[in-house]
Ligand binder design. Sequence first.
Ligand code: CUA
Length: 313
Amino acid sequence: MNRLSDFMLPPARSTLAGEVDALFNFINVVSLILLIGITIAIIYFAIRYRRKSDDDTTPLITHNSKLEITWSVIPLILVMIVFGWGYSGYLTMTNAPDDAYEIRVIAKSWLWEFHYQDGQTSINELHVPENRPVKLIMSSDDVLHSFYVPDFRVKMDVIPNRYTSVWFEATGPGESVIYCAEYCGSAHSQMLADVIVHTQDDFDLWLEAGDAIDEDLTPVELGRQLVERQGCLACHSTDGSTLQGPTFLDIMGRERLLTDGTTVTIDENYLRQSILEPNTQVADGFPPIMPSYAGSLSDRQIDAIIEYLKTLD
Ligand code: CUA
């Protein structure tokens, strides 16, 4: 029976997945049996009781209590099984264990931001330890989003002005994709992130060091990596095409008309300002929708992004 969920669902990588898949399989197998049974009955009756001649008449049959009770009670039992099973799974999935490691999740159009208990933050990469319950406390800075990790079988709406939460326990190191499952605007389909499951030791190391991988990189290389990982490319192209925001191509030194009618020459200060307080100087013709990166990028990272943008010409 597991073959069915293996075929229809991605590999199960959380402790909750087994129960979800079992119910999923049960519903599918029951539906398949009913589909086959009902189809065979329809075909059999259509042949057996077809009108054989012009004066063939149908006998008057009012009802058959036994038959009607049978076809009511069996489906009732089936849906009650699905209800009971589903409800118990729902209770498990909505009540995180007390010892769960808590992470704050903030959804913005169109990126995911994660804040850890010791002050570490990350964008579009959720780092978690394996074999330990992790509880996410989520909210949105703008519109409705939905946090969805198919590998973990968890999905929950992320809403402005209110917290929602979801928990999971990853069963081993590896990476899984996070999708946004609520249509949230033009870059909805690019609102992707990764869950990176570490061993507990690696997770502790990551919490201490953060993305210290950048130590060996030149500023331009680091900047390119940040632009790719921090969700910038969902809205800004590097090839001159216009997405939700202006292109990064040949951006330095360019004259830009702003929505307030003034013109600026794009320099390091304009870029820095646009990263930290994006909606104070918005390019004309674009909506003021960029989320602020204040608090989530260090000065060194902002410098690196600016150095990288200078190379795009
Ligand atoms: Cu966020 Cu779709």
